[in-house]
Design a protein around this ligand. Structure first.
Ligand code: TTP
Ligand code: MG
Length: 347
């Protein structure tokens, strides 16, 4: 099993630098600009001045008076985040987005295809760069907790593949475990546990007595005895989008335009998956509903095929009444090969 954790490098700042390349090379700080605000993030130039996420802006301005201070623009970051996730979905068997700038990926097939987890990590970084111009760090291991620690290991642009979990974790401070906060760290240190290796050396019952069930959870990971995977997700069988007109529509041109619009949305929601069947649904005034579908000879993953097929199905209908609702659906989704189809574009 190979789980990758992908985390964008100084994400908000990187988005700002992409929008305004003149910012590159200068210390940039994004956060609420008022005196009482805190820093959301800073780029690596600003971090040299000890300005980090959650540093009060007033302190940041003292430490880095020549920094460029920008307000938070979530609309921009959300847009970039969507593009990043689209790039990831084209490569992975499954993607679990956990925040605006990070995701876990099941990359079993990718590793097989490119030959090694290192190459898979490079492929991911290049794909994200090509699609968005942004840089990310990647950690790969069989356990999601370890992959998250690994992606943070050599930021920015980091690439860390963990072959020996126990050896990799041993020298790291216990606070590197996601979920072990300040209070827990004090408790662990008070009991002589400073590094993850210190925990691994202890007996399981001692750990249970001192740190409870949570402690045992981390203890097993520290010893490389437990791999935390990604939750199983049932694969979607179809992707569809419908539209109900405010007033029943009789203008064929307007309905065709709506079909084009719905096809584009369906295509976007497929996230690169291929499909074999395209269907339309038409509901007339009075609720009479018709649906038609067409199965292609071979799977396709492009918007034009959805649009063309949906329009053809629509034009073949004998329409005698106004239309209340129109829907476009793709089904017989191909989860694995579609990823390979799209992968070829990165080569
Ligand atoms: P992070 O991934 O923690 O940080 P980052 O991407 O800026 O930098 P790094 O290279 O170390 O990964 O968080 C992602 C974004 O979330 C970050 O750009 C801004 C936002 N954020 C906050 O708004 N407040 C916070 O306290 C943190 C930690 C992040
Ligand atoms: Mg980040």
């Amino acid at each position: 099993m190979f789980i990758a954790h992908v985390d964008m490098d100084c994400f908000f700042c990187a988005c700002e630098e992409k929008r305004n390349p003149k910012l590159k090379g200068k210390p940039v700080i994004v956060g609420s600009t008022g005196q009482r605000g805190v820093v959301s993030t800073s780029n690596y130039e600003a971090r040299k001045f000890e300005v980090f996420s959650a540093t009060p802006i007033s302190i940041a301005r003292k430490r880095c008076p020549d920094g460029i201070y920008l307000p938070v623009d979530f609309t921009l970051y959300r847009k970039e985040s969507i593009s990043v996730m689209m790039a990831l979905r084209m490569l992975a068997d499954d993607v679990y987005q956990v925040s605006v700038d990070e995701a876990y990926l099941d990359i079993r097939s990718l590793v097989q295809e490119v030959g090694s987890p290192e190459k898979a990590a490079t492929t991911i970084q290049e794909a994200v760069k090509e699609r968005t111009g942004l840089s990310c760090s990647v950690g790969i291991s069989p356990c999601k907790v370890v992959s998250k620690i690994a992606s943070d290991f050599k930021k920015p642009g980091g690439l860390t593949v963990v072959a020996d979990t126990k050896a990799f974790l041993a020298p790291l401070p216990i606070k590197k475990f996601p979920g072990i906060g300040k209070v827990s760290v004090e408790h662990y240190e008070h009991n002589g546990i400073h590094t993850i290796g210190d925990l691994a050396k202890k007996d399981r019952f001692w750990v249970l007595d001192h740190f409870g069930k949570h402690g045992v959870y981390y203890h097993k990971i520290a010893r490389g005895e437990q791999y935390i995977g990604l939750p199983q997700r049932s694969k979607r069988k179809s992707v569809s989008k419908e539209h109900t007109f405010l007033i029943d529509e009789g203008d064929i041109q307007a309905i065709e335009n709506k079909i084009r619009e719905l096809s584009a949305i369906v295509h976007q929601h497929l996230h690169g998956k291929a499909f074999k069947t395209v269907s339309i649904k038409v509901r007339y005034t009075g609720f009479i509903t018709q649906s038609r579908d067409f199965t292609l000879k071979a799977p396709r993953d492009d918007k034009e095929t959805i649009e063309r097929t949906a329009l053809k199905l629509f034009n073949a209908l004998d329409i005698t009444n106004k239309i209340r609702l129109i829907g476009v659906k793709t089904s017989q989704l191909i989860h694995e090969p579609s990823r390979q189809l799209t992968l070829q574009r990165f080569r």
